[in-house]
Design a binder for this molecule. Sequence first.
Ligand SMILES: [Fe+2]
Ligand SMILES: [Fe+2]
Length: 251
Amino acid sequence: MKFLHISDLHFHKFSSDNLEMERRLKYIQKNYPSHHLIVTGDIVDDGHAEQYVNAFKALKPFLGKIYICPGNHDFGAAGNFFSAERAARFDAMLAVPLQQGGTFRGDMTPVVNIVKDEHDTVMLIALDTNLETEHPFDFACGEVGESQLAYLKTILASPAAAGMVKIVFFHHHPFMHKNPFMELRDGRQLMRALYARVDLVLFGHKHVAEKWENMNGIQYVLAANNAYSNDFAREIVVTGGELTVSFVPII
Ligand SMILES: [Fe+2]
Ligand SMILES: [Fe+2]
């Protein structure tokens, strides 16, 4: 089973600002027709309705094989100012029409999808790491929250999850500590919950691609760069429970 991980698409209101991102999505559609696509947030730039319309139009061809989570820019202006109205659009204009099998805003439960082929069953767990605060000093920080963390632990400990390859993905960098502008405040608690219990962790936010192997008891921890101006994305191949990771062109 093959996956592509992209992040931080930052769809804008005017079509002319989205051409580079649209070219990349068309390339992915044409060249990786059977890959599952995982998008780790900041899908739009400010949470405006027009941006969501543009993003949905570009992502609709991946219906049935796309898995998303929200980033700080999806829920607020400049990524810093959380707005309940803009957050609601993520569910109404992307998560529901892209058939995510769950919504993100408010209930704070992970969104779980299972994909299978003849060799593997993969559990995809999407988290909402947005800090739902209106205080400007919180900037672009994130939080998993106690409730979502508790649900995550229950899912990972469930007998149904045993034997599946487990991929957890979210937007905020989980161990960029001491950055008061961008940190995931409970990143330590999240990484503790994931320790040796999942196979792959994916995120974005920092717009820098990074890779950690066999870290925190996890086969791969991968950060994606921003897809709208980068020419490569990570491909993850799952075969008989084994993962291989490489960069592939997206333009
Ligand atoms: Fe971003
Ligand atoms: Fe972000």
